[in-house]
Write a protein that binds this ligand. Sequence first.
Ligand SMILES: *Cc1c(COP(=O)(O)O)cnc(C)c1O
Length: 392
Amino acid sequence: MSRSFVPPERMLLGPGPSDIHPRVLAAMARPTLGHLDPAFVAMMDDLKELLRGAFRTRNAMTLPLSGPGSAGMEACVVNLVELGDEVIVCENGVFGGRLRENVERAGGVAIPVRDEWGRAVDPGKVEEALAAHPKAKAVAFVHAETSTGALSDARTLCEIARRRGCLTIVDTVTSLAGVPVEVDAWGIDATYSGSQKCLSCTPGLSPASFSDRALEVVRARKRKVQSWLLDLSLLAAYWDEGHKRTYHHTAPIHPLYGLHEALVLLEEEGLEASWARHRRHHLALRAGIEAMGLSLAVPENERLPELNVVRIPEGVDDAAVRKILLEEHAIEIGAGLGALAGKVWRVGLMGHSSRAHKVYRFLGALEASLACVGARIERGVAVEEARRALSE
Ligand SMILES: *Cc1c(COP(=O)(O)O)cnc(C)c1O
């Protein structure tokens, strides 16, 4: 006979999911409503307004898509890209590569602009690509590359694209609520995020927002969107206040309760306070890491505060340390990907995981784990230095 699954206790300091606030979990356990119940519809309208606040936009079409961040990525691409459309795709990590893959699968012609993993997208290269491809329809890029810890200058990239009359598709999965995201001020046309990173909700929803300009492009399509599930014009019938709210697919009722609560928590804290908290704990972590004699891999002005990439000291067994952290300290961190595998750890301080005591616990546990495998590090100073950085 099977028994109930009771997950072990963990502190989630990887690239997502992050720790979830107890109020979000409690909200998800509330009674089920029908997805057309007037009380549920009122909650949906409230949720959309909360999302507009988080994205800093007045876009009418701002909604949580049913599916993980990858569904949001796919939704942006399949709605905006048609057969033969040229799209400049910036690729400086795993998720940029997935954007390119999505453009190609949608029948578009991806024009890759590549940058080294661990570095921001180079706006100069985007400028050159646009000059070489004047017919490009859109520029797509990842604001916060969770695979490498690099933050790109979304404001500048959008400005360059708009000057050329191009649409912008921006991945804000890890940036939303962690660092400034200004959809209207930067002129982002289509963006998607994820519920499980800095919003600290359960995985499986993709908050997204589309400008009126993007919606006009969708309306003017020659062919129907290839995905029925993600077709914005069909989704509008359920999510748009102006429509009769008719059934499209059954909304994920309970996850939406959770996202609503996560956004209420964000509003209570204040969006700018949330950005500042992510930055403060990043600086505390950095102080502790450097005090131990370790270093961060991404150049300082391109670092993502919510995803810290720590260089693994020479001769230290990557997997062994992560195993000790997980099994003995109940802490999950992320491994390096691609070219960075075995060379770095990815330490997420996202949403509810971005707390002082979690930084201290991690530094203490990392120090103990590194000592276990015989690494030569400075001991007994990391937590103190992190504390000092926080009190400054
Ligand atoms: C996590 C992540 C995604 C994918 O989100 P899923 O919810 O795993 O589908 C996309 N882009 C970035 C930058 C991410 O960090």
